[in-house]
Design a protein around this ligand. Structure first.
Ligand code: SAH
Length: 226
């Protein structure tokens, strides 16, 4: 017990410095919203990964979370969050957001304070279960979880004013566009393993406005459940 308390303290101490270094890096790379930076600073990323990797929690890199999946890179989490909630330079509070690819729940946690209700789908049963337990334990209470195939969206809760996808389909699923409310925005990586881009699509009254944000590298979006 004493040993584990010590190791946790150790992480706490290094993390204060390494977290600030991470924030500086993100802000140098275009994350300009102070609240988004604050979330990255305050969400304890070391509690979302295996203890053996905890010392690397505040590096700006993706890390394995088991079942061949990864926790997203902090820069990408920050960028996706910012893309979803900042419109015309102004941060907005979203009512309902659909997240596809809960993974370990880190992106869910970062997003949670900007959104009234999050609906998060994960196709892998084991990951869905542990993310739910972790986020409940950490006190996040505005999230509903589903073990299922996110390619279908969440028809019973649509429309959403934000949809954030953490796994890359070859093409943008029409179902997800259909589940966007007018004014809503979808942030999604698209493409195969050789080349993927992060795309933002905003639904206006009459059209879908598409913007390419940057090149990315996500795990593929798979159909069905695991
Ligand atoms: N945002 C996560 C990143 C998880 S990686 C985090 O911060 O940890 C992407 C996740 O998408 C994986 O857990 C994978 O199992 C899941 N996934 C892939 N295809 C999916 C689908 N069709 N529906 C739901 N989840 C899916």
């Amino acid at each position: 017990m004493v040993g584990s308390t010590h190791s946790l303290r150790g992480i706490g101490m290094t993390s204060a410095r390494t977290r600030e270094r991470l924030i500086e890096r993100l802000s140098n790379h275009g994350i300009s919203d102070p609240e988004v930076l604050d979330r990255i600073r305050n969400v304890p990323r070391h509690l979302f990964i295996d203890e053996a990797l905890a010392s690397r929690a505040y590096e700006d890199s993706s890390l394995p979370i088991g079942k061949g999946q990864t926790i997203s890179q902090p820069f990408v989490v920050a960028l996706m969050t910012q893309a979803l909630i900042v419109r015309d330079g102004k941060r907005i509070q979203l009512e309902k957001v659909l997240e596809i690819g809960t993974g370990c729940g880190y992106q869910t946690a970062v997003l949670s304070s900007f959104v009234r209700r999050i609906f998060s789908i994960e196709r892998h049963g084991g990951l869905a279960k542990s993310a739910r337990a972790r986020l409940n334990e950490l006190g996040y209470h505005n999230i509903r979880f589903r073990h299922g195939d996110g390619m279908k969206g969440w028809p019973g809760q649509a429309p959403f004013d934000g949809i954030l996808v953490a796994a890359a389909p070859a093409e943008i699923p029409q179902i997800l566009l259909d589940q966007l409310a007018p004014g809503g925005r979808l942030v999604i990586p698209v493409g195969g393993s050789a080349s993927q881009q992060l795309i933002s699509i905003t639904r206006t009254d009459s059209e879908f406005v598409r913007e390419v944000l940057c090149d990315v590298s996500f795990v593929p979006m798979l159909g069905g459940t695991g």
